[in-house]
Ligand binder design. Sequence first.
Ligand SMILES: Nc1nc2c(c(=O)[nH]1)N[C@H]1C(S)=C(S)[C@@H](COP(=O)(O)OP(=O)(O)OC[C@H]3O[C@@H](n4cnc5c(N)ncnc54)[C@H](O)[C@@H]3O)O[C@H]1N2
Ligand code: MOO
Ligand SMILES: [Mg+2]
Length: 421
Amino acid sequence: MVSVSDAQAIILDLVQPLDLQRDTEVVDLLAADSRILAVPVTSPLDFPHWDNSAMDGYAVRYEDVQHSSAEQPAVLEIVEDIPAGYQPKSRIQSGEAARIFTGAVIPAGADTVVMQERTRREENRVFILAAPQPQEFVRHKASFYQAGTQLLPAGIKLNASEIAVLAAAQCPQLNVYRRPRVAIFSTGDELVTVDQPLQPGQIVDSNQYALAALVKESGAEPILLGIVKDDPVTLERVIAHAVAIADIVLSSGGVSVGDYDYVDKIIESLRAKIHIRSVEMRPGKPLTVATFPSTDAINRVSPHSALYFGLPGNPAAVLVTFWRFVLPAIKKLSGITEGWEPVFLKVRSHDELRSDGKRETYLWGKLHLINGVYEFHKAGGSHSSGNLINLAQTNALAVLPMGKTSIYPQEEVQVLQLSNG
Ligand SMILES: Nc1nc2c(c(=O)[nH]1)N[C@H]1C(S)=C(S)[C@@H](COP(=O)(O)OP(=O)(O)OC[C@H]3O[C@@H](n4cnc5c(N)ncnc54)[C@H](O)[C@@H]3O)O[C@H]1N2
Ligand code: MOO
Ligand SMILES: [Mg+2]
């Protein structure tokens, strides 16, 4: 049995990120949100593209207005109107001003904008009622970004702010990493699909649905291979197919010590190397992590081999092991250059939290904001790993380290924050 932190290190070390040559695709900007940028973006445009006004007002020469006041205003002749989107025609001479609007190009000769509220207009003349700062309200060309330098680095997730930057930089299409392919199947003679009537002893294969949703939320592509009977021949065929088509394979069930738990034996017969068989955690103890022969010499997963997770069958164990181990692996595989590891917060616990202290224990619940401070509320009902009913609405897992048997109400606890919260 390995500790949770060793298991995380082993798993992340096995993951080789998608390949820059083979694993990228071009997508339209509007379809690029949540994708991972594969190639750095450089723009030939400066930002701002030209000196422009930050206010509606008057473009002036600072030297003309530096001593202006309400009592002794400078009086300037307005020689041009410059709305946003137009090129100024005149050069501002001493004693002159241009009427200008937010975003409009500063005319030659002017170096400062006086905002409208600090002026008074009389026909074709403007009275400057207060001295501005030199260059006030001028947004200088290239002061936000200089053409030719790196605008966005590779390996970042494209969210709304990056999409806006790329639009402004006129990048209608982008090179992104393809979505990681994650094959999913469930094992067990007792399992039926969601639409089949239940016979005695049967249950619905909820794990397949849970994993499909989790994989989709992670930005990867789920490939659903259905329910596989506890039959070694069928299992071997499905596993061999799964590892051939996917980057990551997730099976659930069949990894414990029961007579019908075949997964480890079959992946060994397929010459997989098993790196982890069980982890000191609850739920999630029987967890198999393996790689297949196409791995390279130092046993990293190459872009064309699969990392295999044999997740335990119990529904709570599936979710917890996905959040704790599979999600970081998908993130590293996806091409994101940092932030793969799970995020833990220190928060106050609202409830008493208990463990037998023998394994690192994960209790599910919800983070609530109380006066701006997060508080963990444990889900009511049974925390058996066979109970998935009270997992609904979970947005955090409280973690009791090995050896810790209780955390009292109002005591500090570490929680794993889940992105679906
Ligand atoms: N003698 C021991 N027995 C068990 C141990 C152990 O250490 N010694 N570990 C227990 C723990 S902890 C877990 S977790 C489970 C893991 O079992 P398996 O991975 O072999 O899973 P199964 O036996 O196939 O199923 C366990 C449980 O989960 C239900 N299940 C399975 N698949 C699904 C699915 N797709 N959707 C919903 N529910 C599913 C299944 O019906 C069983 O109730 O082993 C313990 N036993
Ligand atoms: O560790 Mo098991 O995963 O308790 O249910
Ligand atoms: Mg079993």
